[in-house]
Design a binder for this molecule. Structure first.
Ligand code: BTN
Length: 254
């Protein structure tokens, strides 16, 4: 693995409930190095955003958790972990899908879409002690060689479905570790404005009128203006006013 620390310690499990849960338990019980990766072929209780389930065909995809210890990051800046994780996956996909026929975008807060279909998702679990971020578990699922997405055929895809090529999962994982390390080091160097700029540039629907649904499943149209420093989505409604939304408050319909 051509990295300084991310992926240098790799724990591979044939089967586990969730790599995020496993990583969190490890962190509670042993002193595990920053950059350690937990990877599995089969998650029996994979976790997604907003309490959803993350299903992944056995052996076909990347399902990993990366352990980070961003003690330097203040609580108000934790959304930067989402931003750098999304940017890292964006860079991996750009390297693997160099052809201009692929439109790669980050969908707020941190899904990665290719040609408007979800190819990767991120679930970050943070642990604080008083006001200091003790550790973060960055859970990443990338659909690599899976060919069928039951019930999600219109909204999900994989690298193989997009290209008809089989991808080597170890190569994908190595690239992911390299790009994650690159972006994490930028964050450690407090390059906030560079991260913000890149994230906004790659954001799905930026400055466009999009369809959303709120917590009561009411649909509405609004224009995506940007993201505030805490990660809230800033939308301009038809009355011209700006509204700020947390992840659980609104969903982009695409
Ligand atoms: C989402 O888009 O809903 C987030 C999906 C995150 C899935 C990954 S797979 C590896 C890690 N372990 C989990 O239980 N979830 C994350």
């Amino acid at each position: 693995m051509q990295t300084l620390f991310i992926g240098q310690h790799l724990i591979f499990l044939h089967e586990v409930d969730s790599t995020n849960t496993y990583a969190t338990n490890l962190l509670r019980n042993v002193n595990i190095a920053e950059g350690s990766i937990i990877s599995t072929d089969n998650q029996t209780q994979g976790k997604g955003q907003r309490g959803a389930v993350w299903n992944s065909e056995i052996g076909s995809n990347i399902t990993i958790s990366c352990i980070l210890k961003p003690h330097f990051l203040s609580i108000k800046n934790t959304f930067y972990l989402s931003k750098i994780s999304a940017l890292a996956i964006y860079d991996v996909l750009t390297e693997l899908l160099p052809n201009s026929q692929f439109d790669i975008k980050i969908k707020w807060p941190n899904d990665i879409l290719v040609n408007q279909k979800k190819v990767a998702g991120i679930l970050i679990e943070n642990n604080f002690n008083r006001d200091v971020l003790q550790y973060s578990v960055i859970g990443i699922g990338i659909n690599v060689n899976q060919m069928e997405f039951k019930g999600l055929q219109h909204s999900a895809s994989s690298l193989k479905l997009l290209t008809s090529h089989v991808f080597n999962k170890n190569d994908v994982l190595e690239k992911l570790c390299q790009h994650l390390e690159k972006w994490y080091l930028k964050l450690k160097g407090l390059k906030f404005s560079e991260i913000d700029e890149q994230y906004l540039n790659r954001l799905f629907g930026i400055n466009q009128l999009c369809l959303f649904s709120d917590i009561n499943n009411n649909e509405f149209n609004a224009t995506i203006i940007g993201i505030d420093p805490t990660g809230k989505l800033i939308l301009q409604h038809s009355n011209g006013k700006l509204y700020y939304y947390e992840v659980k408050e609104v969903k982009l319909v695409y």
